[in-house]
Structures are given as C-alpha cells and as structure tokens.
Ligand binder design. Structure first.
Ligand code: FES
Length: 143
C-alpha cells in the first residue's frame, strides 16, 4: 500500500487545519493536482479530505483562507458557506447538503501524518541531498 508522509503531526495545532497542494498519479501515469486539507481535532484525531467543495468545486478555504465556521464546530466553504461535519465530511447545511467531502485515509506513523492508499507524485525536482548520508562526515580543511 502507498503511504506518503506529508507533514510532522505536531505541525498542525489541535483544533486547526492545514492545506496541502499534492500531486497524485492517475491511471495513465500522469501527475495531477491533488489539494487536500488535514484537520486535527481537539481530541487529537486527524481527518483528511480532498480540498474541493462538492457544490462549486472550489477549495474550502477560498477567500480568507479559513477552513472553519465561526464557532469552529464545522468545516466551512468560503464561497457560499456550506457547513461540513469535521469527522465525516458530510454537508449538513448549504447548497450541497447531504453530499460529502471526499475523505482521504490518513495514519500517523512515527510522528508524521501520512496519506494512505493513494499514489502521490514525489516532490517536484531532484533533491540535491538525496545521495548524502546522515552519517557522512563533512571535512573542513584548514588552509
Ligand atoms: S462552492 Fe462551496 S458552498 Fe458553493
């Protein structure tokens, strides 16, 4: 199964959410934009959804960048104000009522939030440090 670490679990505050612009590989082997939002609840659960509103297809945090309703009890689309349950993604109020955000399976592994079961494209561009080993010693030669 594909498991991709996307961020340090502690980098999202409890009760907050973070957007990620990922790329996923489609069936034709092409890389396609894959925007997601990861929510960390006060109970320390992590929920992931594709960051696309089922109503208008925009990202939820359009406008002011905010993911939550004013009381922070629901996810909220910034365009027309649809409200979604945080733990299910179900729209309970708004133009897409009864529809759901597309859930993403997440797991926290070794302190990292990981996306499971989706083939993500690796980071763009080669990593110049990929071939360096942590244990490699760097020698500084005095003149
Ligand atoms: S686009 Fe999200 S509620 Fe209309």
């Amino acid at each position: 199964m594909d498991v991709f670490a996307i961020c340090d679990a502690g980098s999202i505050e409890k009760g907050d959410a973070k957007a990620f612009s990922l790329s996923r590989i489609n069936e034709a082997g092409e890389s396609r934009p894959f925007p997601i939002v990861v929510v960390r609840t006060h109970a320390n659960d992590y929920f992931g959804y594709v960051n696309v509103c089922p109503h208008g297809g925009t990202w939820l945090n359009i406008g002011d960048g905010e993911f939550f309703s004013r009381d922070r009890a629901f996810l909220r689309c910034g365009r027309h104000g649809a409200l979604f349950e945080i733990d299910s993604g179900l729209c309970i109020e708004g133009d897409c009522k009864e529809k759901s955000l597309e859930p993403i399976a997440l797991a926290v592994v070794d302190g990292d939030v990981c996306v499971c079961g989706i083939a993500l494209a690796e980071d763009e561009g080669p990593d110049p440090f990929r071939d360096l080993d942590d244990t490699m010693e760097i020698m500084i030669h005095p003149d």
